[in-house]
Design a protein around this ligand. Structure first.
Ligand code: NAI
Length: 263
């Protein structure tokens, strides 16, 4: 379903897009006629399947291998966008990881992995996208994947919460800095979505039930519901929106314990 005709022919870069939310955003963008430059770290087979699916549906996609935490990947993805499709209009910083650990036992390497991927990776993507947009005077669009944990504390994953809190203020600050350039910068804060990152929870009926009970709408989200937000944020329908985080979480960030079912 293509809802935004103005997106046809635009070019998007999406990090971490061999599965999960990145994949869903790539597939939705391709349906809107956006040419996509995708990214995977190791799973080439999975990535190729995504590209084949997009091409079979009439879309255009290429992939660049690399780690978002390393300097140079974002520039390489933009160069690929330009060489393959002539330009770059939308940059989605989606790649992210989480690893559980008690804070008093957390290895420094674990802390660094999460911060380097989720926060520094977002910085590197944003920096490269801004440079391209500023140099070419393009009113570009940047979307950063945050989480409800940019506001909800998360014991056991304090580094993850710190990284997403960082993404929140980084997104807002960059949005303000580049508002005069008409570059829009927004975040998406998903709640609990059925992707490989939540595989363990989804496969354990008890844990899944517990999670559903916690969400005010009692529904775990589908990747397509997040991709729909990413499509809207990239479209002209959101042309006056910058520096915002759009929560797509079934009400998870609304202090559920105050809800009618807990009275
Ligand atoms: P996922 O684990 O299913 O997919 C993450 C993707 O990022 C994978 O393709 C993975 O290979 C890639 N990736 C991880 N580290 C990378 C790196 N250093 N360099 C390049 N690629 C890398 O996870 P999911 O659910 O699709 O998550 C996507 C984003 O959404 C993440 O930023 C995550 O924090 C965020 N998010 C997800 C939620 C969920 O419930 N699924 C909830 C809130 C936020």
């Amino acid at each position: 379903m293509a809802n935004y005709p103005e997106l046809k022919g635009k070019v998007a870069v999406i990090t971490g897009s061999s599965k999960g939310l990145g994949r869903a955003i790539a597939e939705r963008y391709a349906k809107e006629g956006v040419h996509v430059v995708l990214n995977y770290r190791s799973s080439e087979d999975e990535m190729n399947k995504v590209i084949e699916g997009i091409e079979a549906a009439g879309g255009k996609a290429v992939a660049v291998k690399g780690d978002v935490a390393e300097e140079g990947l974002a520039e390489k993805m933009i160069e690929t966008a330009v060489s393959e499709f002539g330009k770059m209009d939308i940059f989605v910083n989606n790649a992210g990881v989480q690893v559980e650990a008690k804070t008093h036992e957390m290895e420094l390497d674990n802390w660094k992995k999460i911060i380097d991927t989720n926060l520094t990776g977002t910085f590197l993507g944003v920096r490269a996208a801004l440079k391209y947009f500023v140099d070419h005077e393009i009113k570009g669009n940047i979307i950063n994947m945050s989480s409800v944990h940019e506001v909800i504390p998360r014991p056991g994953y304090t580094h993850y919460a710190a990284s997403k809190g960082g993404v929140k203020m980084f997104t807002k600050s960059v949005a303000l800095e580049y508002a005069p350039n008409k570059i829009r910068v927004n975040g998406i804060a998903p709640g609990a979505i059925d992707t490989p990152i939540n595989e363990e929870t989804m496969q354990d009926p008890e844990e899944k039930k517990g999670l559903e009970a916690l969400i005010p709408t009692h529904e775990i989200g589908r990747p397509e519901q997040i991709a729909a937000v990413a499509a809207w944020l990239a479209s002209d329908e959101s042309s006056y929106v910058t520096g915002a985080t759009i929560f797509a979480d079934g009400g998870l960030s609304l202090y559920p314990s105050f809800g009618p079912e807990n009275k």
